[in-house]
Design a protein around this ligand. Structure first.
Ligand SMILES: C[S@@+](CC[C@H](N)C(=O)[O-])C[C@H]1O[C@@H](n2cnc3c(N)ncnc32)[C@H](O)[C@@H]1O
Length: 423
């Protein structure tokens, strides 16, 4: 140990190392982390180096909570960049299967923290290139990476074009969400390469599926999947920001506790008075029915019922709800007075408690909730019935295929339900 280093710095480093060990243990315990290599990277890289403002303002405890941390906020309070939640970072890195010696491209450098983790995973023989569209963020990420001794190339540019200089890549990881997959990303993958990206199934959807697409001869297909809620990849304007939400929360025990959160394209179209009425209606509580049957989930991918609804419910009438620890998705009448949703218990989706696979059982039940009138329930039941037919035939795994398109600049996507693979 360097004798001349201030005692404070030494104590902080010890504290940070202890907090890292605790975070890694928590992530393992909650089922988000199995790989010793990813655990080793998370246990080694000091997150405080990449979120210096948070460390200085809120202390090391805040740095090592399983929470996303803002890296840049605009005048309206919108997050333009963040260090993502460690549990989703761990899950993604684990599914991406980064090996020593590989060439990796990250799109969305942000703080540089994930690039440092990637650097650990590829080892001295590999390369890491990371791109951010925001020059200030890129500069900060470059400085932090250099300070920590993590060799990574930080490029300023639009990640939608990839980065041809370093291609072909073994792995491309995108840490902002997209609705389309640029051909360039498929073009820049080497044989057997993998592309991982948060994919919005439509522009208004809050949640995203995050597939790992593996390059096969003339297309890429999903080999693993999880879900998350990443900010959009944009053209330099900060993007549209999150879709509008109505929320009622409690702060009685000193901790923030969301009671009801309403999102989705349909509520956003209502007048202010109608939105308030809608919030009151949902707070009041549903009439619920448990039709029975198993909720099929393939942890860590989202419950197939929610995915099916997301793909089938018309966007103009779609409402998404969080209430009483359940996530729900369904239909709303144009005036907001009739709502029918299918809901599933998703304790593991709640941001502040992190993902918790242990508490989620495949026997967890789903149910149909109606708020206000019951005008939407018939149509919802029809869509749910399609999902039940899929589960009866064993086709509960969403498979995503991306094929380079010669007509446009984005790949053609195909989403199909397939039988569950035996692992
Ligand atoms: C969630 S943050 C990335 C977190 C980062 N991987 C980390 O470890 O801190 C998303 C980042 O994507 C960047 N971004 C948005 N649009 C982009 C684009 N078209 N090209 C490259 N980066 C982009 C944002 O500036 C932001 O820093």
């Amino acid at each position: 140990m360097n004798e001349r280093r201030p005692a404070r710095a030494v104590a902080d480093e010890r504290t940070a190392a202890r907090l890292r060990r605790r975070l890694v243990a928590d992530l393992r315990h909650s089922g988000c982390l199995h790989s010793d290599r990813v655990a080793g990277a998370l246990g080694n890289v000091p997150r405080e180096l990449f979120v210096g403002d948070i460390a200085a303002g809120q202390g090391l405890e805040a740095v090592y909570r399983n929470e996303p941390l803002p890296a840049k906020i605009d005048a309206r309070g919108r997050w333009l960049s963040s260090s993502s939640q460690p549990s989703i970072m761990a899950l993604m890195l684990e599914q991406l299967e980064v090996a020593p010696g590989q060439r990796v491209l990250e799109i969305g450098a942000g703080t540089g923290y994930n690039a440092a983790l990637l650097r650990q995973l590829v080892g001295p023989a590999g390369t890491v290139t990371t791109i951010d569209i925001d020059p200030e963020l890129a500069r900060r990420a470059r400085r932090a990476l250099r300070q920590g001794g993590y060799r990574a190339r930080v490029v300023v540019g639009d990640g939608r074009d990839g980065f041809t200089d370093g291609a072909p890549y073994d792995r491309i990881i995108v840490t902002a969400s997209v609705e389309e997959i640029p051909n360039a990303w498929l073009d820049q993958l080497g044989p057997g390469g993998r592309l991982q990206l948060p994919l919005r199934l439509d522009s208004a959807a809050l949640g995203q599926v995050i597939p790992v697409l593996e390059l096969r001869d003339d297309h890429a297909e999903s080999v693993a999947m999880t879900w998350g809620g990443f900010m959009p990849l944009h053209g330099g304007d900060g993007g549209q920001g999150p879709s509008p939400a109505l929320e009622a929360s409690e702060w009685t025990t000193g901790a923030y506790h969301p009671l009801v959160r309403i999102t989705g394209p349909a509520p956003a179209r209502l007048s202010e008075a109608a939105r308030r009425r809608l919030l009151a209606l949902v707070l009041e509580g549903p009439r619920s029915r448990e039709p029975g049957g198993r909720l099929v989930t393939h942890w860590p991918a989202p419950p197939s019922l929610l995915l099916h609804l997301l793909m089938r419910v018309p966007a103009t009438r779609r409402i998404e709800l969080y209430r009483d620890g359940r996530q729900a998705l369904g239909l709303m009448s144009p005036d907001g007075r009739d709502i029918a949703v299918a809901s599933v218990p998703v304790r593991r989706m709640i941001r502040d408690s992190g993902l918790d696979a242990r508490r989620h059982s495949r026997r967890d039940s789903w149910r149909i909730d109606t708020f206000g009138g019951a005008a939407m329930v018939g149509e919802l039941e029809q869509i749910v019935e399609e999902w039940r037919a899929l589960t009866r035939s064993g086709r509960t795994r969403l498979q995503i295929e991306a094929r380079r398109s010669s007509a446009g600049s984005s790949a053609d996507l195909r989403l199909v339900w397939e039988p569950r693979r035996r692992s």
